[in-house]
Design a protein around this ligand. Sequence first.
Ligand code: CA
Length: 409
Amino acid sequence: MKPKPISTTLLSGLIMVAVVCAGGLFGSSVRADDGGPRLSRTVFLSGLSGPWDLAFAPDGTMFYTEKCKGLSVRKTDGTIRHLFGAPGAALPAGDFFCQGQSGMLGVALDPEFSKNRFIYVYMASNLESRKTNRVLRLTVAKNFATVGDRKDIVADIPFKASFNRWGGAGAHSGGRIRFSPADGYLYVATGDNHDGPLPQDLKRLGGKVLRIDREGKPGKGNIDKPGADARIFTYGHRNVQGIAFQPGTGRVFVCEHGPGHSDEVTGLAPGGNAGWDPAPIKGVSCASAYCGYTSNRPDGRPTSMTDLERFPDALPPSWTNRGASEGMGPCEFLSGPQWRSLSGRLAVGFLRGARIELLTLDERGMAAKAAVVGDLPRQRIRSLVIGPDGALYVAIDAGEIWRLQNTGE
Ligand SMILES: [Ca+2]
């Protein structure tokens, strides 16, 4: 999210999605009402440093990442142990570093964790002279005190190595990782690194959603295009921060930062192009050859998050925040009887927007309604995860993890 859009003032939590979209291309833009549901909130953990993501074992043991510290675990008796990453961890990683938006980001547990004890993290690594983002698999000891057997299952996700006109090193790294309960594959969100051609480049892994097995091998039914890296599920993304699987359908939705004019929620389909192409079109020049904050086209219109003129088959967004980009972050479906009438809604967190919205999707996967969760402190929302107890756990940049429940309706 850089540079900052002009007026960013939010009035009483209203989203400024405003514009009714021309041609009906984005019929999914809906304005949130701010009289949305109120959830009960307790602070589950505090005193953390930049918590980025969390994942639960079936018994309630919680693993969490902190961007510059690494991976830690909170056992069900409340004890905490720093497992992996920075010095002081049970297993330090000499190649781990944090810079800009990068560091120890997503975490996911293997669907068969109880049997294989596998955990996965997404982290920045300087193991090779060219820094990359990696997906690592580790094995957790029975007593949760240590991890070992590191295996780097994806080692070649691009990393923005140096500052340019558009921001510092480590920008736009994506970083969310989630296993699909429907197909058992690991989905990996990557970012465009402020690199113009990267999202539409099918040989490189930035600006993509990858879909792989637990060894890092391509999933069956991924992209089917000549020369494409077979680990790619969808391409043409800017900086996906949230991955969520719809209960009942198993369909995957991603939540993505916009460049100052629109964040997006998008339902994915194999091989789909999400329509982001910040490379200059012929006759246009952009600083550092990246048009993501300006225009990639001769007529000067802002580079579109979903360019349906140039990519008519692009994946249409389910929801778009066309008034401003507010740093859309994580997303997660609410599911289960404890959510009552809210079950099935997609919870979406915002960083700069500092709120959680609940989207109601129609049968096509398009947002039909949106509501802001009421009475929450205004904090940058970094991660949303449903725990084994059915509650929604929320990591905020200010160093806390909350537990939200529906006790109101
Ligand atoms: Ca898009």
